[in-house]
Design a protein around this ligand. Structure first.
Ligand SMILES: Cc1ncc(COP(=O)(O)O)c(C=O)c1O
Length: 375
């Protein structure tokens, strides 16, 4: 039986074209990019061409793009640099960030390197910008604001421009975890007031283990990983050449067909909302699902009972892949810190469905049918 994969916010299938672009760098073109002979120079050229391509798509300078091992490393690097190199003494974040941000800011706050506060959220999970401004105004020391562009569990989108302008006004550093939006939205960095953004290749049909950190050219930071002089002395370690090639190729493909693919994926989500409303009367949607929301993510809660408590397991038995929250909590119902923060209802079970261009309307129908049988 074919599997239905509705967990594209956790990771996506690698595109065949991406694999084809990567393969030569796993086989014949294996040179170390730091080697001076031709094998090495070919790898170096491929990396720099990838950087140029990524920079062009995101409207940044190539010098502002650093390749990393993924979203987690990019988030860690930005937060560490803001504290260590940019004199940030207070962090403003939100309780619904990915753990790659949340655990990092908590670590620095626990070590007494900085103080930490969270912005208020509206009932549907949006950041309260008035509260953000109040918090910025109440701190004399420089602040780091780290807020995600799109929430990976409920899909809510942040207004990067509005937050960036506030940060500018209060001389704060602004980092945004854009892992769920790079490759899914047009991001124009030259015209977005942000100091750091993080992206990850495996969220848009690229390879796992390769991401980017954008560092605005006006910001000067020290490396997070020490060692060799790779990534212009900013990120030591022999480059993940095929990962980098794959990241750039995947971003190119995502951009090339963006309008039609995003419209198609949005129609899957809309169809699922309508079907669920018509089939499961007690269904509850989490977040601002039809407003400022990722077109790829739909989070629902259903009343808790003996059957629904086992829902992810039963979906799996029916060859349907979905998750309870972020990927880290898939399969085990440990509860989600995001759902707890916006709606602490212990009598509900939450399921996140997330879609890609490879999903179909028939799959949506099938999943809704199975779900309604289960609960
Ligand atoms: C919003 C968000 N940030 C960060 C990450 C971590 O990215 P990576 O898996 O590339 O380390 C993820 C992945 O689940 C994510 O969804």
């Amino acid at each position: 039986m074919n599997r239905i994969y509705f967990d594209n916010a956790a990771t996506t299938a690698l595109d065949k074209e991406v694999l084809d672009a990567m393969l030569p760098f796993m086989t014949t073109n294996f040179g170390n990019p730091s080697s001076i002979y031709s094998y090495g120079r070919e790898s170096r050229l491929a990396i720099e061409n990838s950087r140029k391509s990524v920079a062009r798509i995101l409207n940044a300078n190539p010098g502002e793009i650093f390749f990393t091992s993924g979203g987690t490393e990019s988030n860690n690097t930005a937060i560490c640099a803001a504290i260590r190199d940019l004199n940030c003494k207070h962090i403003i974040s939100s309780p619904i960030e990915h753990h790659a941000v949340l655990h990092t800011v908590e670590y620095y706050a626990c070590n007494k390197d900085v103080t930490l506060s969270f912005v208020k959220l509206s009932d549907d999970g949006h950041v309260d910008l008035d509260d953000l401004e109040k918090q910025l105004a109440s701190h004399e020391d420089r602040c780091l604001v780290t807020l995600m562009h799109a929430n990976n569990e409920i899909g809510n989108l942040l207004d990067l421009h509005a937050v960036g302008e506030l940060c500018k006004e209060y001389n704060a550093i602004f980092h945004s975890d854009c892992v769920q939006t790079v490759g899914h939205y047009n991001i124009d960095l030259r015209n977005t007031p942000v100091h750091f953004i993080s992206g990850s290749g495996h969220k848009f049909h690229g390879p796992k283990g390769c991401g980017i950190l954008y560092v605005n050219e006006n910001v000067k930071i020290h490396p997070f990983i020490m060692g060799g002089g790779q990534e212009r002395n900013m990120r030591a370690g022999t480059e993940n050449v095929y990962g980098i090639i794959g990241f750039a190729k995947a971003l190119e493909l995502a951009t090339r067909n963006h309008d039609e693919e995003s419209e198609y994926i949005r129609s899957l989500k809309d169809h699922m909302i309508t079907k669920l409303e018509n089939t499961i009367p007690d269904i509850q949607f989490n977040g601002d699902i039809t407003g400022e929301s990722l077109y790829t993510v739909l989070s629902v809660s259903v009343p808790k009972n003996e059957k629904s408590e086992m829902v992810l397991y039963n979906l799996d038995i029916n060859h349907i892949c979905a998750s309870g929250g972020s990927a880290c909590t898939s399969g085990a119902d440990q509860g989600s810190h995001v759902i707890r923060a916006i709606n602490n209802n212990p009598n509900k079970v939450t399921i996140r469905f997330s879609f890609s261009k490879y999903n179909t309307m028939e799959e949506v129908d099938k999943v809704v049918e199975k779900l309604s049988e289960m609960i």
